[in-house]
Design a protein around this ligand. Structure first.
Ligand SMILES: [Zn+2]
Length: 202
């Protein structure tokens, strides 16, 4: 009986798009450790790397709750990674694998705000990455009620991972309104929900 069920499933599954619906997220929390000069800070001393980790963790938790496979490139605040440790990930056949990296900006002028979604037009997955960036822009604009910009950039995590990839620049640590959002677990969760929805729609 088990064998028949197995055979039936192997016949039916591709027909209903079963295998294509399998999703895996590679979630990268930017920066980390105590010696990263590019780890941006708010005027109160909040670190970009800590927010990267909080948003990455929220996405990981939400993915797992929804039976989506996920891995995090780093899981601890005081963990610093080389670019090689953030890349070299390979997508598995039949699994829609997507790489999502989190970063935040800082500026001297406190009124500068807004998110960006980066992708690279120079990778084999450029079209899918751009499509994901556009979906994320549309949903973040609904959440934030202001413009989100898509940027075509080059980055190691784009060139050295073989799957569609985006870097989410979540906003500015130097803008008090945005900083308040970043500390809000509800907001972190909403971002996670939007990201998973966008990936599922790809
Ligand atoms: Zn950064």
């Amino acid at each position: 009986m088990k064998k028949i069920l197995f055979i039936l499933l192997t016949i039916i599954a591709p027909a209903i798009g079963f295998s294509q619906n399998k999703v895996k997220l590679i979630i990268d929390a930017g920066h980390g450790g105590n010696k990263d000069p590019k780890d941006a800070k708010s005027k109160y001393g909040d670190k970009e790397s800590d927010f990267c980790l909080a948003f990455a963790q929220a996405l990981y938790d939400y993915a797992k709750e929804n039976n989506i496979d996920a891995v995090m490139t780093r899981t601890k605040k005081n963990q610093s990674l080389t670019f090689d440790q953030r890349s070299g990930y390979k997508s598995e056949p039949g699994v829609k694998t997507v790489y999502i990296s989190f970063h935040f900006h800082a500026e001297t002028a406190p009124n500068i705000r807004g998110a960006e979604v980066w992708y690279s037009s120079k990778t084999p997955n450029a079209n899918t990455s751009k499509k994901l960036a556009e979906k994320l822009k549309a949903s973040f604009e609904r959440l934030n009620d202001y413009d989100v910009f898509i940027r075509d950039k080059e980055a190691v995590v784009f060139s050295k991972n073989d799957m569609p990839a985006v870097i989410i620049m979540g906003g500015y640590l130097t803008n008090d309104t945005e900083l308040k959002h970043f500390k809000d677990e509800g907001y972190q969760k909403e971002m996670a929900v939007m990201i998973v929805k966008a990936v599922n729609e790809l």
